[in-house]
Design a protein around this ligand. Structure first.
Ligand SMILES: Nc1ncnc2c1ncn2[C@@H]1O[C@H](COP(=O)(O)OP(=O)(O)O)[C@@H](O)[C@H]1O
Ligand SMILES: [Mg+2]
Length: 584
């Protein structure tokens, strides 16, 4: 059930994201792609337009054309430039808008997927990692797909058109494209290699430098550094690594400059090759002077287009590919089957259930059988780590047992957990968020607040129920104990037949805990309630006490019967007795 990262081929990744991207706004998407193709062609069309203009101009000089036809050609050339600029503007604008919109849609889908994870998956650190990676890869997947799309809809039409044009002038001229491509590719490979080498050498030195700096200037280090008189040592370390880093970086810049020079030389060779081809064709009368001039003119453009593709677009596709894979693997992972929960609207029955956490070696719950009757208030006690919370989550249906069977009683349940949320919202929203469907009159909110031990008209809440509980949003902050009471009020507000309180009282002292539990037990009279605690001062109010030890249910009964029986409960009670004596 843990999802396993799969490798996804780069083209498959592209074709997986593409339809989703297209579906964000299909019409706009189609329009954008058409404009991209036109944009690519508009660059290419400049070459034949230039050719036409030069041909007419030379014809005018030899008296074979009139001025009007030259002006017409000039107008065509100018129009091609204007159209190209306009398309260029549109092509910069649309992807920006579209990417924003797609980001919203993609995030929503990702959040849906995260929301479908089962509670047990949240216990798995690998799944948490996967969520993190998927969040990072989501936006990258849009850039990744956009870049490949641009290669296909902008650059490909451009180079196809140029290839066709050169072919028509003279088939051998198509080799020019190769003369553009190879030098650019080679110099890029050279550069990458040189930079990687320089980075490999300087990374450890930079870390050393940063460490020396933190030992001298960092808040945590400075006391000891100063006290021990280690300042001189770190200063020397800093200076020596700084000068080493300088030397390395000098060497790297020299190499980068050499690489740059090499790139220009290689490009020059390519350039020269194309010119020779052109000159040869011109002298053999295979192409016109106009075609010669037009192609000559566009060589620089082809080089710069090729450099864009190889230096920036290939790099960005390769750089984002890994994170895009993470995102796609997460989105494609199948949700584990969740059997429909069985409710009988009566007793809760667990029949020999066992449960082991993912990545754990020992079972957290081992062969537990119990029945909780409808309307009963049951306390679950035991040392930390004895399996109380795990058992509660099983009974609530958050986890499925590995072995055994659970019959869930009432279908509506509420819970207050050990780790509760501090929502940065108003007190009202903090309470009603547990059940948005329930009617939320002030009377009811005041009642559950009072039962949770909160005085909504006290000093802590200047605006009553509408007090904003967040310093960041211009509100008030609460103490740990008050936040716990808010969490309890939230649990009580939710419409429920069964309620579980899983030690939400750690920040409240034992005496007050007893009061909270007492109020709670009174109002839970007609409901099924499970109170979990490792402090035994508050459990006498329960109808029955269940005692857990190392994942097993070892005892059950009333306080008196358990005390009389000796064993785990009596041991726990003896260990805690002095708390209550000294406090009361
Ligand atoms: N998410 C988890 N992953 C692995 N082991 C866990 C996880 N949560 C709890 N455990 C282990 O399961 C056992 C029972 O834990 P828990 O039910 O939280 O005990 P209690 O609520 O009684 O303190 C402990 O040994 C604990 O270490
Ligand atoms: Mg617990």
């Amino acid at each position: 059930m843990v999802y396993v990262m799969r490798k996804i081929h780069i083209l498959r990744a592209f074709f997986l994201v593409l339809p989703k991207l297209a579906c964000v706004a299909p019409l706009q998407f189609a329009l954008w792609q058409c404009i991209a193709v036109l944009h690519g062609l508009s660059f290419a069309i400049l070459t034949p337009a230039t050719q036409l203009f030069f041909e007419r101009a030379t014809a005018l000089a030899t008296g074979h054309a009139d001025m009007a036809s030259v002006m017409a050609a000039l107008l065509c050339l100018a129009a091609a430039h204007v159209v190209m600029q306009i398309l260029n503007g549109i092509c910069n604008f649309i992807p920006m808008m579209y990417t924003q919109k797609a980001h919203g849609v993609f995030s929503a889908a990702l959040f849906q997927k995260i929301n479908r994870l089962t509670p047990i998956q949240w216990e798995n650190t690998r799944v948490l990692d996967d969520i993190n990676k998927a969040l990072k890869g989501e936006q990258e997947s849009i850039y990744f797909t956009n870049t490949i799309l641009m290669l296909l809809t902008f650059y490909l039409p451009y180079f196809l058109f140029m290839a066709l044009y050169l072919w028509r002038c003279k088939p051998l001229l198509v080799i020019s494209l190769l003369l553009v491509f190879l030098p650019t590719l080679l110099t890029q490979l050279l550069r990458t290699k040189l930079f990687a080498k320089a980075e490999d050498a300087s990374a450890p030195v930079r870390r050393e430098l940063e460490y020396a700096e933190s030992c001298i200037a960092g808040r945590e280090f400075f006391k000891e550094t100063r006290t021990l008189g280690a300042f001189g040592y770190f200063r020397d370390l800093f200076q020596s690594s700084a000068s080493l880093l300088n030397r390395l970086q000098m060497r790297a810049s020299v190499r980068a400059d050499l690489a740059e020079l090499g790139m220009k030389l290689l490009s020059l060779v390519g350039y020269a090759g194309i010119l020779l081809l052109l000159l040869d064709a011109l002298l053999a009368n295979e192409i016109s002077v106009g075609a010669f001039a037009a192609i000559f003119n566009s060589v620089a453009q082809m080089f710069s287009m090729m450099r864009e593709i190889i230096c920036s677009h290939f790099g960005s596709v390769a750089g984002t590919y890994g994170r895009v894979q993470n995102y796609l693997a997460f989105m494609q992972a199948e949700a584990p089957e969740r059997p429909a929960l069985q409710f009988n609207s009566g007793d809760i029955v667990a029949d020999h259930i066992s449960f082991t956490y993912p990545q754990a070696t020992q079972p957290a719950i081992c062969d537990v059988s119990l029945t909780i009757h409808a309307g009963e208030t049951v306390a679950l006690v035991g040392e930390n780590g004895s399996g109380k919370s795990t058992l509660a989550r099983l009974l609530l249906g958050l986890y499925e047992p590995e072995h055994g069977r659970i019959e869930r009683g009432p279908s509506s349940s509420s819970a207050v957990f050990q780790q509760y949320q501090r929502y940065q919202m108003t007190l009202r929203d903090n309470i009603t968020i547990s059940d948005f469907c329930a009617p939320a009159e002030d009377d009811k909110l005041e009642l559950v607040s009072r039962r949770a031990g909160l005085d909504v008209y006290g000093r802590s809440f200047p605006a009553g129920l509408d007090t904003m509980l967040s310093r960041e949003f211009d509100g008030v902050d609460l103490s740990g104990g008050q936040w716990q009471r808010v969490a309890i009020a939230r649990g009580l507000f939710r419409n429920h037949e069964l309620i579980v309180l899983d030690e939400p009282t750690a920040a409240i002292d034992p005496i007050e805990e007893t009061q909270v539990y007492n109020r709670f037990a009174q109002m839970a009279k007609d409901k099924t309630a499970l109170i979990i605690t490792h402090r035994l001062g508050s459990v006498r109010l329960a109808d029955r006490i269940l005692v857990m030890q190392q994942g097993r249910l070892v005892q059950q009964g009333t306080h008196e019967s358990l005390m009389a029986a000796g064993g785990e409960y009596a041991r726990l009670y003896a260990a805690q007795e002095q708390w209550y004596e000294s406090n009361s």
